[in-house]
Design a protein around this ligand. Structure first.
Ligand SMILES: Cc1cc2nc3c(=O)[nH]c(=O)nc-3n(C[C@H](O)[C@H](O)[C@H](O)COP(=O)(O)OP(=O)(O)OC[C@H]3O[C@@H](n4cnc5c(N)ncnc54)[C@H](O)[C@@H]3O)c2cc1C
Ligand SMILES: NC(=O)c1ccc[n+]([C@@H]2O[C@H](COP(=O)([O-])OP(=O)(O)OC[C@H]3O[C@@H](n4cnc5c(N)ncnc54)[C@H](O)[C@@H]3O)[C@@H](O)[C@H]2O)c1
Length: 471
């Protein structure tokens, strides 16, 4: 039996917990998968490294509108893929070697582990690991619909689709959320014939309703979109895959050489042996933690146990996992002066084409929470600003939701060029409690930058200026 001061399950965000504080203490880090976790190997980083060249490819079509003759003559898939993974695989390998060989106090286990008791883990090969403190940072994995043929060769998840030998000629993508919408943009821009199929009547349904509607329309201009279609099954036919969906009383039949399933992710807590330990869990399988990220059992913190990342939150976002890691790190090192996780204004961005970025409440949520008459909202088109004219943009929107009396922002929702960048000052305003009138009027907004659309949206909310506000 090996005993440690700290055992961390998961080398994604969990890897950052091994600070200098632990130099004179014993640490175990355990990961049965690829070292570095989801974001580095199969998530945020490689997907966005595909999105950027896809945007370049897509710009050829947009340039035509502006009188510029750019021809997209094809994408060299193996070159794009190998550039991305050439960089990423080396980072993962270097991280693994560092943990395995270069730190005397750290032991790397590359096996699956599960809990035996709250302070003891057992590896798949039967080794016992006990620790004073254990952090569960086990992430999440793709879920697959229960349909015949879902495990056929040619049917992929986000884990394998980025390593294909060749760009698919035709790709059916199942799902209407983040992963489906990002990959639909990537593959269609690079030259695959893409059809995105969603079970419900719109794409990106968890967004504010105006963004959902605008994105569904924008996507359908760029790639095939089929809605209200429920997968019945997949069969192999010749060299391709044959997909059958139920749509009301009708059938929808699609053929493709490749299928991507992007129908959600579930926390990796089911194979962790926690069910017998009485830990509090949500219905989706994530661990419930308190504000200090301590794992709870019947509402009470289990001594020495912390949870973080996709295994213990509902957002499933890397910037949330990173912040939680900082909180866990502090609380492990300062048990008598723990600090809480701040979950105000958690933003998210969907790096599709067009991009979406959001923070805070949708209009519907704001009206339900604060009362129908207490809420102001506005939609400002990118096309109403000079930079929007320069882009000949007919699609981008900024939607803001604010509290009438206090003038504070309740939510911001942007679809269009660089939405993830445009939203950042609005996130800052929400976190610092800056009211919309002050935000709009007390700073200069650079002319004619696209950020003027944010300025105009803030002014368009109609919050009256106070007497001493700048003109
Ligand atoms: C395709 C895709 C794109 C994404 N893009 C973005 C994005 O643009 N922006 C964003 O904010 N988020 C994005 N995300 C989400 C983001 O990747 C995750 O929220 C984040 O990586 C979660 O980190 P984590 O530390 O919780 O888990 P992970 O990084 O998944 O680490 C968990 C590790 O634990 C290991 N493990 C699990 N169970 C066990 C066990 N029992 N024993 C041993 N080891 C175990 C796993 O092998 C894994 O390596 C994306 C996700 C995907 C799939
Ligand atoms: N840019 C980013 O920040 C980013 C990018 C990718 C992933 N992520 C994270 O990863 C998570 C998982 O991504 P995702 O796209 O898999 O999930 P998601 O929750 O965003 O979307 C899942 C989609 O699958 C559909 N669906 C669910 N079950 C289905 C079924 N049985 N049959 C058909 N359709 C079904 C849902 O209606 C939904 O449209 C996201 O929620 C997000 O937190 C973030």
């Amino acid at each position: 039996m090996a005993h440690y001061d700290l055992a961390i399950i998961g080398s994604g965000s969990g890897n950052s917990l091994i600070t200098e504080f632990w130099d004179d203490k014993k640490v175990a880090i355990i990961d049965s998968g690829v070292f570095g976790g989801t974001c580095l190997n199969v998530g945020c980083i490689p997907t966005k490294m595909f999105v950027y060249p896809a945007q370049l490819a897509q710009s050829a079509a947009e340039a035509k509108r502006l009188g510029v003759d750019l021809d997209f003559s094809g994408a060299n898939w193996p070159e794009i893929r190998d550039r991305i993974f050439g960089r990423i695989d080396a980072i993962s390998e270097a991280g693994k070697n560092y943990r395995a060989h270069e730190l005397e106090n750290v032991t790397l286990y590359t096996e699956h582990v599960s809990f035996v008791s709250p302070n003891e883990l057992r590896t798949a090969s039967g080794q016992s690991i006990t620790a004073e403190r254990i952090v569960v940072a086990t992430g999440s994995r793709a879920t697959l619909p229960d349909a015949p043929g879902i495990d056929l060769p040619g049917v992929h998840t986000s884990d394998s689709i980025m390593r294909l030998d060749a760009l698919p000629k035709s790709l059916v993508i199942l799902g209407g959320g983040y992963i489906a919408s990002e990959f639909a943009a990537v593959f269609s821009a690079l030259g695959s014939e893409v059809i995105q199929v969603n079970r419900s009547g719109a794409l990106m349904r968890k967004q504010d309703a105006d963004i959902t509607a605008a994105f569904t329309q924008a996507a359908a201009k760029r790639w095939g979109v089929e809605l209200n279609a429920n997968l019945r099954g997949i069969t192999k036919q010749g060299d391709g895959l044959h997909l059958e969906f139920a749509r009301g009383s009708e059938s929808l039949v699609l053929e493709a050489d490749t299928v991507l399933v992007a129908t959600g992710r579930r926390p990796n807590t089911d194979a962790l042996g926690v069910s017998g330990l009485g830990f509090d869990m949500r219905e989706d399988g994530s661990l419930i933690v308190d504000e200090y990220q301590r794992i709870l059992a019947s509402g009470t913190p289990v001594p020495g146990l912390f949870g973080m990342g996709d295994a213990a939150n509902t957002e499933q976002l890397k910037h949330v996992a990173n912040r939680e890691a900082r909180v866990v790190s502090h609380n492990l090192e300062n048990p008598l002066a723990m600090r809480p996780m701040d979950r105000r204004a958690v933003p998210a961005a969907v790096f599709s084409i067009p991009q979406i970025a959001c923070v805070g409440l949708s209009e519907e949520q704001a009206r339900a929470e604060h009362g129908e008459d207490a809420v102001l909202s506005v939609i400002q088109d990118f096309g109403s600003t000079a930079y929007g004219w320069a882009m000949e943009d007919g699609e981008g929107i900024v939607k803001l939701v604010a509290h009438k009396e206090s003038g504070l922002l309740l939510g911001a929702h942007i679809m269009g060029h660089e939405a993830a960048l445009l939203i950042q000052p609005l996130i800052q305003a929400m976190v610092t409690g800056l009211d919309v009138s002050t935000m709009a009027r007390e700073q200069f907004w650079i002319h004619p930058a696209l950020s003027e659309v944010v300025e105009n949206a803030l002014l368009g909310l109609g919050v009256p200026a106070r007497g001493d506000d700048p003109l």
